[in-house]
Design a protein around this ligand. Structure first.
Ligand code: LLP
Length: 402
């Protein structure tokens, strides 16, 4: 049991807490599911990019899936070896591509024909060969929130099968490109196995057809996307997940690459916020807290559900309330019509499942300093990111008028 009150007293609020032991368990379970096969885990750094968290996954043997050169630099700082780092993303700048090639990472996931051209040109300038993988958009509906769906032709991600094939042929004929992987990622918070299986089938068929023209792919990168339980979701069994993927790889000798983010971090994290006031109008009860959408954006952006636990001495009846922050937006809420007992000034609310896409999607909107982050493991706790200060927030600004 985590003593949230003690942590809030010591580190103040709003505060993020991550349970590293939970992350280890999730990592081991997923790794185990693919054990019959050559596989590699590449932690999706975007889900929680605190260096201590990345370092933790590095210590478990994980690689990293990165979406910017900033994330790649973080992965290196955290000790992830270059040969376990993947660079994905729909818009990489020339500078980012150059640095990724110079750093000799495992491969770049290429997302368009135009990008393939840039990567080739830059590799040529550097007089080298760049290992690449191509992100295929299988046009399968992942049945998740539209903002986190990525595998339909409506979405900006990846390329169609025919285009991918053309790109592989081009890459294979180039002195400066080495096509070693194939990639798909159809969305996030997936709770249906069928779309994943169907996508894997389509992509595996492409691998087979490339094989007939002597283009030999080595890495089958299945992206991330495994859903977790925020509320009552029925999640995919890991055994079924792995078996569904592996069943599509008949006759192929490939290393399966997984890019899990949320599955490893979401339910390892908690966001603790303090009650400032209760407020009631004719229509609604509001609980105003010291955390806000700039700390945890998911409810405001996706209307996402996060379980909320009150830490209070009040034991009376529970009534519905909107839990809102101090930011000047009506969208600044953590939950609506949520059942809570009456709360007092300084009572705590623990927002669950906040370890993925929490702190990382934070901002300084309303000149609010971002919260501190604390890791716990084996009964110990440690600060892993200091709370920002006002001075941090204005440090980069320059005067227009002297
Ligand atoms: N690989 C690629 C290429 C991705 O785009 C993503 C996530 C992942 C792996 C990791 O996906 P995961 O295992 O975490 O589902 N901000 C949203 C989620 C955005 C996901 C973006 N891509 C949210 O808070 O739900």
């Amino acid at each position: 049991m985590i003593n949230f009150k003690e942590l809030a007293d010591e580190y103040k609020t709003p505060l993020y807490i991550y349970n590293l032991d939970y992350m280890t368990q999730q990592y081991e379970k997923l790794k185990e599911a693919f054990k019959g096969r050559k596989s590699m885990m590449a932690y999706a750094v975007k889900s929680n990019s605190n260096l201590s968290v990345i370092k933790h996954f590095s210590s478990l043997g994980s690689g990293a899936d990165c979406v910017s050169i900033g994330e790649i630099r973080r992965a290196f700082l955290a000790g992830i070896p270059s040969y376990k780092i993947i660079f994905s993303g729909v818009g990489k700048s020339d500078d980012e591509i150059r640095e990724a090639i110079e750093k000799d990472i495992l491969y770049i996931n290429v997302e368009s024909e135009a990008e393939l051209g840039r990567v080739e040109l830059i590799a040529k300038e550097l007089d080298t060969t760049c290992r690449i993988s191509i992100r295929v958009n299988p046009n399968i509906d992942p049945q998740t929130h539209p903002y986190i769906s990525t595998g339909l032709h409506d979405n900006k991600f990846g390329v169609e099968i025919d285009t991918a094939k053309r790109m592989y042929i081009k890459a294979n004929n180039s002195q400066n490109l080495d096509p070693i992987g194939i990639h798909f990622h159809i969305g996030s918070q997936l709770t249906e196995l069928k779309p994943i299986y169907e996508s894997a089938e389509i992509v595996a068929d492409l691998v087979r057809s490339l094989k007939t023209i002597k283009i030999d792919i080595k890495f089958f990168d299945i992206g991330g996307g495994l859903g977790v339980k925020y509320n009552k979701e029925i999640t995919i069994e890991l055994y079924d997940y792995a078996q569904a993927i592996l069943s599509t790889l008949r006759g192929l000798d490939l290393t399966v690459v997984c890019e899990p983010g949320r599955f490893l971090t979401a339910n390892a994290g908690y966001f603790i916020t303090k009650v400032l006031y209760e407020k009631q109008n004719r229509k609604k009860r509001f609980v105003v807290v010291d955390g806000a959408m700039n700390d945890l954006l998911r409810p405001a952006l996706y209307n996402a559900y996060h379980k909320i636990e009150a830490i209070t001495d009040n034991t009376g009846d529970e009534n519905k309330a909107d839990i809102v922050g101090p930011v000047c937006e009506s969208g600044d809420f953590f939950a609506k019509d949520y059942l809570l007992p009456n709360l007092e000034h300084n009572d705590l609310l623990v927002i669950h499942s906040a370890g993925a896409y929490g702190f990382g999607m934070g901002s300084n909107y309303n000149t609010r300093a971002r919260s501190a982050e604390v890791a716990i493991s084996d009964g110990m706790h440690r600060l892993i990111r200091k709370r920002e200060t006002f001075d941090n927030l204005v440090a980069l600004e320059l005067e227009f008028l002297d």
